[in-house]
Ligand binder design. Structure first.
Ligand SMILES: [Zn+2]
Length: 191
């Protein structure tokens, strides 16, 4: 998109936010709100930056040096947006894999999570996308993504108990097929 087209799109998006402010009963022209449409569009640039990113660029692999046991990155901070209400869900994720000759830098696991978290999501799919990307680009013997998160769309609306935490686990390869390997994973990530 060229600059002028981008400006026109942004104008319409900001205008739609003004309509939304009116809809909820606000005065979009009062001082505190005048810059809000602009701020929201800017914030979206970060919150939804994942659409511009390709996990393939991230997952450059290198030789494992013979290491073939579980690699796990624990307690990765997670912030995402639920696609049903466009409200945040947030918590922690554990990402693990068992190398088959190749490994990735450990920081790449949190970056991979971010690529998918910075999109509209459901928690279940987020974990699946992380393990699918690992299986595709790293080709490990197993991959896992366990997510514990709280969803503001439930908490703020009082649909469920305020402190309810949703837990999902996406497992592939040895983590799925071998009970002992799965048990080892869960003991490694236990709080
Ligand atoms: Zn929701």
């Amino acid at each position: 998109m060229d600059d002028s087209a981008d400006k026109i799109v942004k104008y319409f998006v900001q205008d739609s936010i003004i309509r939304q402010l009116e809809y909820i009963g606000e005065d979009p022209n009062r001082e505190g709100l005048r810059e809000t449409p602009n701020r929201i569009v800017k914030a979206w640039g970060e919150i939804f930056a994942g659409y511009q990113e390709d996990p393939a660029d991230l997952l450059t692999t290198f030789d494992a040096g013979g290491y073939d046991q579980i690699v796990v990155s624990k307690n990765i901070e997670l912030y995402s947006m639920c696609e049903h209400h466009m409200l945040p869900f947030f918590g922690r994720a554990h990402i693990a894999y068992i190398p088959d000759k190749r490994v990735v830098g450990i920081s790449k696991l949190s970056r991979l999570l971010e690529v998918y978290a910075r999109r509209l999501q459901i928690q279940e799919r987020l974990g699946e996308q992380v393990v699918n990307a690992l299986m595709k680009h790293l080709k490990p013997k197993g991959a896992a993504c366990i997510i514990k998160a709280q969803h503001l769309c439930m908490m703020m609306r009082g649909v469920e108990k305020q402190n309810s935490v949703m837990v999902t686990s996406s497992l592939r390869g040895a983590f799925l097929d071998e009970p002992a390997t799965r048990a080892e994973l869960f003991s490694l990530v236990k709080d």
